[in-house]
Every structure is written in structure tokens, then in C-alpha cells.
Design a protein around this ligand. Structure first.
Ligand SMILES: [Zn+2]
Length: 213
């Protein structure tokens, strides 16, 4: 398959998706949301082979990436939390967390001028727990969880030790709970396609025609 000429890197890989034998970039959906999703990433995530959070950042315009720091709050994210234009929630299931969709509808009804800001701890479940424990500035935020069914698959994935933690799928769950089912499905479809192309790429070839979108 010819690579997209605009994205081609000098070593033959696409500069955006990193694949050598096909480019999946044109399959990524692009859309807007009436909420902001902030990925607060554990530094370990930066070195993982498939960091799917990057796709979420490219697909949805109202997103941002922040690197978690052990000793101090992330300045840009803290500024957003304190910005009256946003109403911040932390995606962190616990005894006191409320459903993300309830938080969203509540914010919609009571403070129409505020944009809900959903902060996702991006890392393994253990890393996410550590980030929470060491970050008093996150502990004071109201916490939200995904629907039970989505939450369990989310936790299962987080406990995987296989390198990719499917941040894009977490993002897709959020998008769905906000009421954008079509866009959520598009994200999932893209992710499935990307993972197949990624595996084929590692084996040194492009996807076979029948498995392409
Ligand atoms: Zn590409």
C-alpha cells in the first residue's frame, strides 16, 4: 500500500501513526464535544509502544495532555481546574464517585456556562492509584465513574500488563456516556483497525485487503 505522501517520514514510517506499511491516519474520526477531556499521563506511558491516548487527542478538539508530576500539581491542568469556565471531575471510581453521565447532565442543567472538564488518569491501574494518592490537588475534586458494565471492562484493561492500555477506549466510553454514540463507535472502529494494522506492521507487512476498512 502506498503511504500518504504528506505524512511520510524519512525512514518510511508515517510521522503520525508510526506505521511503515500503511497509514491509518485518514480513518481517524474528528469531532467536537461539549466537554473537555484532559489526559493526565503517568510518565511511564510515554515510553509504551502503543500509546492510544494520542489518538484521542487527535480525534477530539477539546482535549489536552498533561504529564503527572510527583512533587507538584500540573500547572496548566491546575489552572483549568481553577478556571470558572470549567467544572472539573476526576475519573476515578471509588465509594463516593457518581456516574459520569449524571455529573454531565447536572453540570448541563445547573451551570450552563461551565464546560465539564473530565480528568483521566492515564496509566496502569496501579499507576493511577499512586497518582491519586500522591496528589492532594486531585483528591479534592468530585470523582466520577463509568457505567458499571463499561467500568468493569475499563478496569480489566487497566490491569493488563501487555503494554497498551486502551486509553482511546476509555475515551470512547466517555463519549458514549455524553450521548454521542455514533462518534464513540467510530472511535472504537478506528481503534480495532489501528490494532490490526499495528500487528501487521510489526510482522512486516500491510493489512490484507479483506481486513481493511
Ligand atoms: Zn499515518
Amino acid at each position: 500500500m502506498p503511504l500518504s505522501s504528506t505524512n511520510t517520514h524519512q525512514n518510511g514510517a508515517c510521522a503520525d501513526c508510526g506505521l511503515h506499511h500503511q497509514c491509518v491516519c485518514s480513518h481517524l474520526p474528528k469531532f467536537e464535544l461539549p466537554a473537555h477531556i484532559a489526559l493526565l499521563m503517568h510518565e511511564n506511558e510515554l515510553t509504551r509502544e502503543t500509546n492510544t491516548g494520542q489518538w484521542l487527542l487527535k480525534a477530539i478538539s477539546s482535549t489536552s495532555l498533561h504529564i503527572w508530576q510527583r512533587k507538584q500539581p500540573c500547572p496548566k491542568l491546575l489552572a483549568m481546574i481553577n478556571d470558572p469556565a470549567y467544572c472539573a471531575y476526576l475519573l476515578f471510581p471509588n465509594d463516593e464517585s457518581i456516574a459520569l453521565s449524571d455529573a454531565y447532565h447536572h453540570a448541563e442543567q445547573t451551570s450552563s456556562s461551565k464546560t465539564p472538564l473530565f480528568i483521566v488518569l492515564d496509566g496502569t491501574w496501579q499507576e493511577a492509584k499512586k497518582m491519586w494518592q500522591k496528589s492532594p490537588w486531585l483528591q479534592v475534586l468530585p470523582s466520577v465513574h463509568l457505567l458499571p458494565q463499561q467500568q468493569s471492562s475499563y478496569q480489566l484493561r487497566r490491569n493488563q500488563q501487555q503494554g497498551h492500555l486502551c486509553t482511546i477506549e476509555v475515551g470512547s466510553c466517555i463519549v458514549e456516556e455524553l450521548g454521542f454514540a455514533v462518534q464513540a463507535q467510530q472511535l472504537n472502529d478506528f481503534f480495532q483497525h489501528y490494532m490490526r494494522a499495528f500487528q501487521a506492521d510489526k510482522s512486516g507487512h500491510a493489512l490484507k485487503a479483506k481486513t481493511r476498512l
